[in-house]
Ligand binder design. Structure first.
Ligand SMILES: [Zn+2]
Length: 278
């Protein structure tokens, strides 16, 4: 009886929310809080601790809804952290993840089966944390990243294959550079190698919000952008600097706005899910 009541309540809640969320007629972007990282020392990011006062890094996930399909861009921290309070990661680093990405999608009436494409800026733990939850989505990843993550992970100590090995048998489009996801130029993956072998960013042309680029980890801090700082744990310093130049040229040529994904101050200014940008 109790279960039936809960099911009815869930159905009512979900239909109410579905009604409040209009059908997708144009490109739409939803930003989820998929946790945050707190670091005592940021000097491994190629900055001195005096270069920025920022010690909290937002960890986002994004839902991109297009009339031709749904895409998740970055999946946040590992789901095992969700609902655990503040957890120590290593000395000087903690994570906090309140509501899992899956719970937040469920509030929108969506589940992993509704996600056609899974785009990951790269395979680090704070971006691939829920990757295993989307085995039925087509993975959109650079070939270099795919091979590093699935064939040579032991060469990349920052990769944790346990977080994404569930995708080994999934459909994957292995990219060789920039990629137009829906074929209409509205959602473009930008190849920006360096942070990892196949790091990438995502450019979105939104009707009202305008042309926006989600940075991946090309920059972690605003100061990284002004100082052209390269984290010491990056895969390739020269490639990172070349990708910085490519990204800045793209932003200028397209009059696009950059959202640094880990920018907590930016996140604090955004409308998070269930709100969305069009
Ligand atoms: Zn990151």
């Amino acid at each position: 009886m109790g279960n039936v009541f809960l099911l009815i309540m869930a159905a009512l809640t979900s239909s109410a929310l579905t009604e409040s969320r209009p059908p997708v007629e144009a490109l739409r972007l939803t930003v989820f809080d998929c946790g945050s990282l707190r670091l005592e020392d940021v000097s491994s990011f190629g900055l001195t601790n005096a270069d920025t006062p920022v010690r909290d890094l937002f960890v986002p996930c994004y839902l991109i809804e297009h009339p031709q399909g749904n895409m998740i861009w970055d999946t946040g921290l590992p789901l095992t952290f969700a609902g655990q309070g503040r957890v120590a990661l290593q000395p000087g680093a903690t994570v906090l993840y309140e509501q899992s990405l899956l719970n937040q999608l469920a509030v929108l009436g969506l589940g992993p089966a509704d996600i056609n494409y899974l785009g990951l800026s790269h395979m680090h733990f704070d971006h691939a944390g829920a990757a295993n939850a989307f085995p039925g989505s087509t993975l959109l990843v650079q070939r270099m990243e795919y091979e590093a993550a699935f064939d040579h992970a032991s060469d990349y100590p920052v990769f944790d294959p346990r977080l994404y090995e569930g995708l080994r048998g999934s459909a994957a489009t292995q990219l060789e550079g920039d990629y137009d996801v829906f074929g209409d130029g509205s959602v473009m993956i930008l190849s920006l190698p360096g942070h990892t072998p196949g790091h990438q960013a995502l450019a979105l042309k939104l009707a009202d919000t305008g042309h926006l680029v989600l940075s991946g980890d090309q920059y972690h801090f605003r100061a990284s952008r002004t100082l052209h700082s390269v984290p010491e744990f990056n895969h390739n310093r020269e490639a990172t600097l070349a990708s910085m130049a490519k990204l800045e040229a793209y932003l200028l040529a397209n009059q696009a706005t950059l959202w640094i994904e880990h920018d907590q101050a930016l996140a604090d200014s955004l409308q998070l899910a269930p709100a969305f940008y069009e």
